[in-house]
Design a protein around this ligand. Structure first.
Ligand SMILES: [Zn+2]
Length: 302
């Protein structure tokens, strides 16, 4: 067990070192959500979704539903080290950084401006939060007047953003860029990572070392009563739930020790007690995201 844990951690930390990898659930988290959500689609919704994805030959990811859940990250990062056009235009759409101490959804969503008339959501202003982008893309997907190419984009952004909004550190901030600026170590390893990457990648890999294994693990918490409980609520509510989990769990370092590195920097040592509190929260967040992604698509393609 310890050995598997260390391998998972090494992989998680290696992934976190890749630019971009630390800014969302890692690919594995999104693919777990995609795997579970696809199985929950009604035949009608599945047919509509498959048709929209089939007409898409974008090479940034493989064309299947599960792979396409990672597309928005690949798109954002595709020119991150060159022109940064896509990067700067879509970077902020992946989160809603509500400040832990006294923040508001309104402030984190730039005052929540409406999409300018005649503007496609995929071409909307860079200053928009994940909550408002989900609302906009959902409207487009449901509107028969939306051109097919824009519908496919809307679908791919939705498939990713429903995942992102459920990652607690995508819905909160403590003046640390959603935990990206909080250094962490997971003893006994002394390799440094950050809190955001710990939640994006490390916890997902603790649920299973492959997408299929993690998905099977997460599926166990999707019960009938939970599905019912998770099926109400607005997209604003989803962000509120993630924020509450960040406050109660992700940023709760009670009982954790801190470390000081060679440069005098400090960070949190996230031990087994922290993981024991965090893992069920991450597991439920992935389950909720899968159920809600399927619900949203089933509702749109009724
Ligand atoms: Zn993302």
């Amino acid at each position: 067990m310890i050995r598997i844990g260390l391998i998972a951690l090494a992989t998680a930390l290696a992934a976190a070192a890749v630019p971009g990898a630390a800014l969302a659930w890692g690919d594995e988290g999104h693919e777990v959500i995609g795997t579970l959500a696809y199985k929950r689609l009604t035949p009608k919704a599945r047919k509509a979704v498959d048709a929209l994805l089939a007409r898409d030959n974008d090479a940034l990811t493989k064309p299947d539903f599960t792979s396409r859940t990672t597309w928005a990250d690949k798109y954002r990062d595709s020119d991150r080290s060159s022109t940064q056009l896509r990067y700067l235009a879509t970077r902020q759409w992946h989160f809603v950084d509500v400040e832990i101490d006294g923040g508001s959804l309104d402030a984190a969503c730039f005052g929540r401006p409406a999409l300018p008339d005649g503007t496609a959501a995929s071409a909307g202003p860079a200053e928009a939060c994940v909550v408002d982008k989900l609302v906009q893309f959902k409207q487009e997907l449901a509107d028969p007047a939306t051109p097919a190419a824009e519908k496919t984009l809307a679908l791919k952004f939705i498939m990713h953003f429903v995942g992102d909004i459920h990652q607690p550190l995508h819905a909160s901030d403590h003046q640390d860029r959603g935990g990206n600026a909080v250094a962490v170590e997971v003893p006994p390893s002394t390799r440094q990572s950050n809190l955001h990457a710990y939640w994006d990648t490390y916890l997902v890999q603790r649920l299973g070392t492959t997408v299929a294994a993690a998905a099977a693990n997460v599926r166990q918490v999707i019960t009938k009563s939970k599905v019912q409980a998770w099926s109400g609520g607005t997209i604003d509510d989803w962000a509120g739930e993630s924020f509450a989990q960040a406050k109660a769990t992700a940023y709760d370092f009670q009982g954790e020790k801190t470390f000081v590195d060679d440069h005098g920097g400090t960070g949190e040592l996230l031990d087994a007690n922290y993981e024991a509190r965090a893992l069920p929260v991450a597991r439920q967040a992935l389950a909720k995201a899968a159920v809600r992604l399927a619900n949203l698509l089933n509702e749109v393609f009724r």
